[in-house]
Design a protein around this ligand. Structure first.
Ligand code: ADP
Ligand code: MG
Length: 832
């Protein structure tokens, strides 16, 4: 069991822990020279003294000052990783974890066996690893396995200014772990690194650190950046405005790299294409061609390959090193729009000489255009760090990754569209949507700062100064604006029962904690508190429910609690492979291409329309008829994944069927991972084998799958509106949900769009012109009280028991509906 969260001990108790050994590093002369130019080098001694004298230290320094690449090296040289110790660095983004481990290994002239990384699906950590870069979700998972993080001598939380949910939780947990380790005379050092000086949430928070940690400030050599605002703010076409701005800079201004900030991957690619056409590089075009020829070759090769024999094998022993990384997923989808796997790279339109706005391509001014976003292949990401070919100007078109995670050398001009793509949640309804919104002033300033790394620069903001002054100063920490049920479950699994007392750097709103706890109770992951009259109705009283055995099982699955519940029910009626597939496909968002995206030309529009019709026909085929159709969009997911595996999961198959190739590869990996996770729990099912190429489920299995889907998505039930409620047809085809007053509708892309079953569950509601349910499956009304006893119940006892959850010790446990009553908060469910 995890130790109780005591208050941190004062710094004076810290045993003097300066390692005596100095580990020499043999760096190449040019590396050493480049390092010496980084501002952080002059602070090495100050940082190392602070670290040696304090349990926790905060390092603030501008992006590019050398924090991520140099601080781990300082610690390594000072011997913090000697005698089996480990230096851990967490990054909120996978890109950064991989790229930085490679960079640091190279600078230190060490192999990636020693300076390694671990992200959700992959890593190269060995027993010789001394410096380990990882995503924050990875470290959180390790804390569950070993609360004291005994192998680590130092943990560095990087990019703390981003305030990602996992970063915040880690800082809260580590504040306690550090003091527990100090008591055991095995000190752990905690470094928090931030690109801004806004660290009061960490320093001025006595629940977090009773003695405020020292802040070491690194003065970056920042050159002046002249900021140019647009007179007017373009309303819609900021991408076109970016294009015009880059053209002007490239034609009229002195040499120096250009960095453009856009919001998503599709935008990035489309601007890259426009720029390449406007300023073709002779060699570049060949390179592009070679690029695409190479892709084509791979594509053809993969087409001719036989289907793989089994799911990618995942080492059971290694599973512990493949932690839950939900945050990763969220992070990336938040930072980057989902990408089309093939579209972008193959669809370069090489022969097309047509140009924007009637301009002639200008080959006398070649521009070296490179895209940069989270999901870009690492080799392509690395290109931005290389100097551009002789005689060409570098132009990087990036999403938010270039704001603080990666510093691109040689940038003199920044073009900032002022927007960012963010996921928004409605706390009450759980309705989520991606929206492009204005950035904060802090972000805009960070972006501008990228122009002054090597010489004085210019930042062109595509919005007016009046708009800028309306931006919020800082964006609020993520934890205050997203649902937290996954975090609450993870904390409960760490035996932190009173989540409300957790030392959050910024606590989530009370309602978010309450609704998380309610959902977890409904899913059976927490033990409901005994009913003690009025006390129970007090909101706070609910916030200390202990985890249930089912909850422990759920916490072990690297997916959100709703999906974890489905997995916990999965090993019946030989449905395991199906449940795993459905969960994997639902977790990886946007399996299908978005055919409603705005097209660049009428021709493209027509193409999209044709493809959309073809794909929806395919989807209906996958959904089947009769009983199988009732599983609805989950059946489509099963059909799509099954058919794709049958065809060998080729880019070609994906492309013709409107599936995103990269998403399908992720599904495949996640299926492998989940299979390992589930089978390693059920020790009573040795050698369980999951065939990637599933047979279609039988009728009985489909019915079971519908119940499993309901058990997981049970709070997402909707009932068809009939009779008087229709308000004279105004709410025709509408559905009523327990929590929303307005009706919701089945999304037109759903295979159940025309079926209109009486009761459905949905994966999510997205709000566009109406509130639409996406990922819809039909359920039977009488299953609802059986599977969600804390929401509503039968008047009479059930005849058939609901499916039992994964038996922990081979014992089948049934929830008997009749033993539950309706808690006050769920009254609305009774009448709904
Ligand atoms: P910080 O973490 O303070 O933002 P970094 O340590 O990431 O700074 O970067 C320090 C310097 O190292 C920057 O000038 C950056 O351009 C350079 N750098 C980082 N990664 C690479 C790389 N892969 N190749 C070349 N230079 C790099
Ligand atoms: Mg950094």
């Amino acid at each position: 069991p995890a130790p109780a969260l005591a208050s941190p001990s004062p710094a004076s108790q810290e045993p003097s822990a300066k390692p005596a050994v100095f580990i020499p590093v043999d760096r190449a002369p040019e590396v050493q020279e480049a390092r010496l130019r980084l501002p952080i080098l002059s602070e090495e001694q100050v940082i190392m003294e602070a670290v040696s004298e304090n349990p926790t230290v905060i390092v603030c320094g501008e992006t590019g000052s050398g924090k991520t690449t140099q601080v781990p090296q300082f610690l390594y040289e000072a011997g913090y990783s000697s005698s089996d110790g480990l230096i851990g660095i967490t990054e909120p983004r996978r890109v950064a974890a991989v790229a930085m481990s490679q960079r640091v290994a190279k600078e230190m002239n060490l192999s990636q066996r020693v300076v390694s990384y671990q992200i959700r699906y992959e890593g190269n950590v060995t027993k010789d690893t001394k410096v380990k870069f990882m995503t924050d979700g990875v470290l959180l998972r390790e804390i569950q396995k070993d609360f004291l993080l005994s192998r680590y001598k130092v943990v560095i939380i990087d990019e703390a200014h981003e305030r990602s949910v996992y970063t915040d939780i880690l800082i809260g947990l580590l504040s306690r772990i550090v003091s527990l380790r100090a008591k055991k005379q095995q000190p752990l050092k905690l470094l928090i690194m931030s690109a801004t000086l806004r660290v009061e949430d960490f320093t001025q928070n006595s629940r977090l650190f009773s003695v405020p940690p020292p802040v070491v400030k690194v003065d970056a050599r920042q050159f002046p950046v002249t900021v140019h605002f647009n007179k007017r703010t373009p309303l819609q076409d900021y991408s076109g405005e970016c294009f015009r701005k880059v053209c002007k800079i490239h034609r009229m201004l002195p040499p120096g790299g250009i960095l453009v900030f856009l919001t998503g991957q599709a935008e990035v690619h489309s601007l890259c294409r426009r720029l390449r056409r406007a300023f073709p590089c002779h060699r570049g075009r060949t390179e592009e061609k070679e690029d695409s020829v190479e892709e084509m070759r791979k594509f053809k090769k993969s087409r001719s390959k036989k289907a793989p024999a089994a799911l990618p094998r995942i080492d059971l022993d290694n599973y512990s090193a493949l932690p839950m990384d939900e945050g990763d997923e969220d992070r990336e989808s938040e930072m980057d729009e989902e990408d089309d796997a093939l579209g972008s790279d193959l669809d370069l339109d090489l022969g097309d000489e047509e140009n924007e706005e009637g301009e002639k391509p200008d080959a006398s001014l070649p521009l070296h255009v490179l895209p940069l976003y989270s999901l870009l292949a690492p080799e392509k990401q690395a290109q931005v760090f290389r100097p551009p070919p002789e005689g060409r100007r570098l132009c990087v078109v990036a999403t938010n990754v270039a704001e603080t995670s990666l510093t691109i050398p040689g940038i003199k001009y920044v073009v900032d569209c002022g927007k960012v793509k963010k996921r928004f949640y409605d706390r009450v309804t759980g309705v989520s949507s991606f929206r492009v919104t204005w950035v904060s002033q802090a972000s805009a300033d960070q972006r501008a700062g990228r122009a002054g790394r090597t010489e004085p620069g210019h930042c062109y903001r595509l919005y007016s100064s009046a708009v800028y002054s309306d931006f919020e100063k800082f964006s609020p920490p993520e934890i205050t604006r997203r649902p937290v049920e996954d975090l609450v479950l993870q904390m409960k699994a760490l035996n932190i029962e009173k989540v409300i007392n957790f030392p959050f750097p910024s606590p989530p709103p009370l309602e978010a904690l309450v609704s998380a706890e309610e959902l977890l109770i409904a899913l059976g992951a927490l033990r409901e508190p005994p009913q003690t009259g009025r006390v129970k109705q007090l909101q706070g009283a609910k916030l200390s429910c202990p985890i249930s055995p089912l909850g422990k099982i759920m916490a072990a699955f690297p997916v959100a609690p709703r999906y974890a519940k489905m997995l916990a029910l999965s090993q019946q009626h030989e449905c395991l492979p199906y449940v795993i597939t459905i969960v994997a496909a639902m977790t990886i968002r946007e399996l299908f291409e978005d055919f409603d995206r705005p097209a660049a030309s009428e021709e493209e529009q027509a193409q999209l329309k044709g493809k959309k019709a073809r794909v929806s026909q395919m989807q209906r085929l996958w959904a089947g008829q009769g009983p199988s159709l009732k599983l609805g969009d989950m059946m489509v997911l099963l059909g799509a994944v099954g058919a794709c595996e049958f065809s060998g999961c080729t880019p070609h198959f994906c492309d013709t069927n409107g599936l995103r190739y990269k998403a399908m590869m992720e599904v495949r990996r996640l299926r492998g991972q989940l299979t390992t996770a589930v089978t390693s729990l059920g020790s009573h099912t040795p050698g369980l084998f999951v065939d990637p190429k599933m047979k279609p489920p039988t009728e009985g299995q489909v019915t079971f799958l519908r119940r499993v889907v309901l058990a997981g998505l049970g709070d997402h039930v909707a009932r068809r509106i009939r009779g008087e409620e229709l308000l004279d047809g105004k709410w025709k085809n509408g559905y009523k949900t327990p929590l929303l007053d307005d009706p919701v509708f089945i999304h037109p892309s759903s295979v159940l769009f025309r079926e209109l079953p009486d009761f459905v569950v949905y994966q999510e509601i997205v709000e566009t012109t109406k509130m639409y349910m996406r990922g819809v499956s039909a359920v039977e009304a009488e299953w609802i009280p059986a599977l969600l006893p804390s929401y509503c119940h039968f008047e009479k006892p059930l005849e058939e028991p609901p499916p039992a959850y994964w038996p922990e010790s081979g014992r089948v446990v049934c929830h008997r509906a009749s033993t539950f009553s309706v808690p006050p908060h769920a009254r609305r469910y009774k009448h709904f």
